[in-house]
Ligand binder design. Structure first.
Ligand code: HEC
Ligand code: HEC
Ligand code: HEC
Length: 431
């Protein structure tokens, strides 16, 4: 017995020493001087720059690096995390405040390893667990674009407000040792459409950054990249792309998926909230090859039947007559008498998973706050949905939503007054 105790102690100590050595290595690397210097900015063809612009667009680098109303890529957007905020940096070619003094190696290292030019470990608010998969060729094309196709901005970087110890390099080093696997830089570039789709979803387009499950330290959980997740602090639910009753698109045709990615709305769904933003800034620009590749990959994701949400007794689903009346007064004009919607303008609510999903955060939210489908080339002047927080009381919203969840063949559990109260408590949304 005693002997096993000693062996366990020795094993634990050895493990501790190994982890400590790895953490020290993460921290000391910057002292070695980081990326190679003196490369200068290599010549780039107009084609490279154009390709880089396309990749930066579908990679949605602007989504974080361009502040609302700010100069393109000049940084300043505050990214909220459960541990405080981080401000995205200026990545324009300004030599002092931006990345104008960076080499192509420095740029690749930032994406691949999550390290700044001076070796500083970047915060995981920068999705380097995704950008690590970006190929050297794509990185170089984006580098050419940032150096030659983007206007330099002298906007100074701001520091965020992370709480201790999360703001320390030591904490990031430990996080990296535990949770960060650098992609193999020598991995073969994707050749088939399916491989390209996987590369886009997991790497450049970082779909898993929102749709992936995370642990308590905010790290992505291996093999659960598309298992669905509540987005920290804005509380939108990014559905599981494996579940038929959430966000799986296995049953959609490739054309329906492509339409949804490019236009933001199809016969089955309409992109909402943060997803509308992703369509607006990124997926609508997918070229034919990439749109097809991403659609094929999404369609190929394995499907599991069971929803994580507990399914309350459906016998209590019977909606009140008042729910139907409220629908006729407030919703029918746009969504139709039978929830059939209006093609290209108003989504159908019959058979729509945004309505029937067991998790009803997004449903309550769109009804309270309203919203716009994204403006895209295929839907340049999208219709809006009226916000109802000032028109309907909580119990009325619960009734109308219970109605739409059970009418026209929909068969989802009710939204109760208690659900509304819980939602309000979480949102601290003032009526
Ligand atoms: C989800 C938000 C987000 C997205 C998307 C994003 N970034 Fe960032 N990025 C950040 C944040 C936040 C930082 C700063 C991290 C820090 O300072 O610790 C950062 C840092 C960087 C840096 C290091 C800058 C420096 O001065 O050290 C580079 C380079 C960079 N990003 C490039 C890109 C590119 C290229 C893309 C698109 C493929 C991209 N980022 C997409 C949030 C994002
Ligand atoms: C910033 C966070 C975020 C990112 C990044 C993101 N999503 Fe989403 N996604 C959401 C949210 C929130 C929803 C739920 C709202 C809705 O239904 O539109 C959603 C919904 C979806 C749905 C469900 C469609 C439906 O209603 O049936 C699909 C499919 C999807 N996303 C695919 C993707 C793909 C592919 C990418 C990468 C190109 C991606 N998402 C990137 C947040 C995100
Ligand atoms: C003025 C027209 C209008 C009215 C009135 C209206 N809606 Fe909407 N609704 C829309 C539009 C447009 C969208 C698409 C918004 C988006 O994509 O962000 C939408 C989206 C939705 C969605 C999300 C569907 C999806 O595919 O993601 C739900 C759920 C919804 N509405 C429910 C309701 C309910 C319940 C009412 C009545 C209380 C209502 N709407 C009243 C126009 C309307």
């Amino acid at each position: 017995m005693k002997r096993i105790g000693w062996l366990a102690l020795i094993a634990c100590s050895a493990l501790f020493v190994v982890y400590a050595a790895l953490v020290v290595k993460e921290l000391l690397l910057p002292l070695q001087g980081g990326g190679r210097e003196g490369e200068g900015i290599p010549a780039a063809s107009a084609e490279d720059i154009k390709r880089g612009e396309y990749l930066a667009k579908i990679g949605n680098c602007a989504g974080c690096h361009t502040a609302r109303g700010g100069e393109p890529f000049a940084g300043g957007r505050r990214i909220q995390t459960p541990f405080g905020s981080v401000v995205a940096t200026n990545i324009t070619p300004d030599k002092v405040h931006g990345i104008g003094a960076w080499s192509a190696n420095d740029f690749y290292r930032a994406l691949h390893e999550g390290r700044s030019k001076d070796g500083r470990l970047l915060s995981p608010a920068f999705p380097f667990t995704n950008t690590t998969h970006i190929s050297r060729a794509d990185s170089d094309a984006m580098y050419a674009y940032f150096m030659r196709g983007v206007a330099a901005s002298s906007r100074a970087n701001e520091t965020g407000e992370m709480s201790w110890p999360y703001n320390s390099q030591l904490a990031i080093a430990i996080w990296r040792v535990l949770f960060f696997d650098r992609a193999n830089p020598l991995a073969a570039a994707p050749t088939t459409a399916l491989e390209r789709g996987a590369y886009l979803a997991n790497g450049l387009m970082h779909c898993s950054a929102c749709h992936g499950a995370r642990n308590v330290l905010g790290a992505p959980i291996a093999d659960r990249s598309f298992a669905g997740s509540i987005m920290p602090l804005n509380d939108w639910y990014a559905p599981s792309l494996h579940l038929r009753d959430e966000g799986s698109v296995t049953d959609w045709t490739v054309d329906e998926i492509i339409t949804w990615l490019r236009v933001g709305i199809n016969q089955k769904a309409s992109a909402l909230g943060p997803m509308a933003d992703v369509v607006f800034k990124s997926t609508q620009f997918l070229d034919d090859t990439d749109a097809n590749a991403l659609a094929l990959y999404l369609k190929s994701l394995p499907v599991s039947q069971t929803s994580q949400g507990s399914q309350p007794d459906k016998s209590s689903t019977n909606a009140s007559a008042r729910g139907g009346e409220l629908y006729a007064t407030h919703c029918e004009n746009c969504h139709g008498k039978n929830g059939e919607g209006q093609r290209g303008a108003f989504p159908a609510l019959a058979g729509n998973r945004a309505v029937t999903m067991a998790r009803h955060e997004n449903l309550i939210r769109i009804t309270l706050e309203g919203g716009f489908a994204p403006a895209t080339a295929g839907n340049p002047a999208p219709h809006g949905m009226t916000p109802f927080y000032h028109l309907l009381k909580d119990d009325e919203i619960a009734e109308v939503l219970t109605y739409v969840r059970s009418a026209w063949g929909n068969d989802a559990p009710p939204v109760t007054r208690l659900d509304m109260a819980n939602y309000r408590n979480k949102q601290r949304f003032k009526q």
